[in-house]
Write a protein that binds this ligand. Structure first.
Ligand SMILES: *Cc1c(COP(=O)(O)O)cnc(C)c1O
Length: 384
């Protein structure tokens, strides 16, 4: 098949596949089951838990966008992460980022507690990680999440993948924060790329979903087997909505990034702002690596205000058009307070270790008019 650029892949996905009526947009196949054409002969679609045409349209589009050979659509990002955990053998050794997504941490540490596997939560950004730690642990799987939440620290996927190959470990990259438009981990040596499609890919804050894409046929058949065995594939209707969102992902990512960069510029000289975490800033510790392995800096930013919890509260109230909410990647800008929200269940010491202070604020820049957004941030700044 002819190789198209990403925007074209997203726009063309599933178009021209309706042989019955020639509908431009592929219909949603809600049917739970499909009629057998011939007794005793298998066919592509039999039962929707295993395979479904609406899910396949989305899988095919994401597979092309991530340069894979195939993948699976799951009922949530966490279902996708659980699926990876389920293809592992018992007693596997898994290395994860010390500051990974809270749900990932909860799942793997709970599986470890039950004795299913060994989980090692490590700062993958340290010099010694690739040089010594990987070889010393000799893991079966390395889970990577780059850039991290909420400080947007990036790690070198290529370097980690190279070390992982040397000990036959799988590399899985959670690519939720950048989407397939801004980073393609399989091209950098990863074996599986994971998305919470709940975030940028669907982009309209009305679907919970997940995806895994791989470039290895053997891994793919394991993923398909276990997705069906566990019964965690995504619904046809959610797949339809997510593909609808995916069609505009390219243009949305441009605007998300433009709005994030504008906020960064506005606050960068403000006397009430202490530190800014945005990889587009040359002063960010991950600027060079983000520039190397990403196609953009994305729409997320965090910053510390000069002030306490009261100041944070006043800032958030002052911005007024931005809802206080934990998710990200939707059309609407959101503000969150990691210390009490996403990282609220960590101990004070753990929060300190991963750099989450009381005065840290995270913004997921949405698609609003840039001037309106800046006015809102300015109102917040005045209230600190
Ligand atoms: C949201 C999120 C997940 C989990 O996805 P759900 O769709 O909420 O289950 C995993 N990783 C990252 C980075 C996320 O932001």
């Amino acid at each position: 098949m002819k190789k198209f650029k990403k925007e074209t892949i997203a726009a063309k996905a599933g178009i021209g596949t309706d042989a019955n009526h020639g509908s431009i947009v592929p219909p949603i196949y809600l049917s739970s089951n499909f009629e057998y054409e011939e007794l005793g002969k298998g066919q592509e679609y039999e039962y929707t838990r295993e395979t479904n045409p609406s899910r396949d349209h989305l899988i095919n589009a994401l597979t092309q966008l991530e340069n894979g050979v195939g993948g699976e659509i799951l009922s949530s990002g966490m279902a996708a992460i659980s699926l990876v955990a389920n293809i592992l053998n018992i007693n596997s050794k898994v290395i994860l980022p010390h500051d990974c997504y809270g749900g990932t941490h909860r799942l793997f540490s709970s599986l470890a507690k039950k004795g299913m596997l060994d989980a090692y939560f490590i700062n993958q950004g340290e010099e010694s990680f690739c040089k010594k730690t990987i070889a010393k642990i000799n893991p079966d799987l390395i889970w990577v999440e780059t850039p991290s939440n909420p400080l947007l620290q990036a790690v070198d996927i290529k370097k980690i993948s190279k070390e992982a190959k040397a000990c036959d470990a799988l590399v899985v990259v959670d690519n939720t924060f950048l989407s397939p438009f801004l980073q393609n981990p399989l091209k950098l040596g990863a074996d599986i790329v994971m998305h919470s499609t709940t975030k940028y890919i669907n982009g309209h804050s009305d679907v919970i979903g997940g995806a895994l894409i791989t470039n290895d046929h053997e891994i793919l058949s394991k993923l398909k087997f276990w997705a069906n065995a566990l019964g965690i594939t995504g619904s046809p209707f959610d797949s339809y909505l997510t593909l609808r969102g995916l069609r505009t992902l390219g243009i949305r990512m441009e605007k998300h990034e433009k709005n994030a960069a504008a906020i960064v510029e506005l606050i960068s000289t403000h006397p009430k702002i202490n530190k800014i975490y945005y990889p587009g800033l040359p002063s960010h510790p991950s600027h060079a690596i983000a520039k190397k392995q990403q196609n953009g800096f994305g729409g997320m930013l965090s910053f510390e205000i000069l002030g306490d919890l009261e100041g944070v509260k006043n800032f958030i109230e002052g911005m007024n058009i931005l809802p206080l909410a934990a998710s990200l990647g939707g059309f609407e800008s959101l503000v969150s307070h990691p210390y009490t929200m996403t990282h609220g269940n960590l101990t004070p010491d753990q929060r300190k270790e991963v750099g989450i202070s009381e005065n840290l604020i995270r913004i997921s820049a949405g698609l609003e008019n840039t001037e309106d957004l800046l006015k809102s941030v300015n109102r917040g700044l005045k209230k600190i």
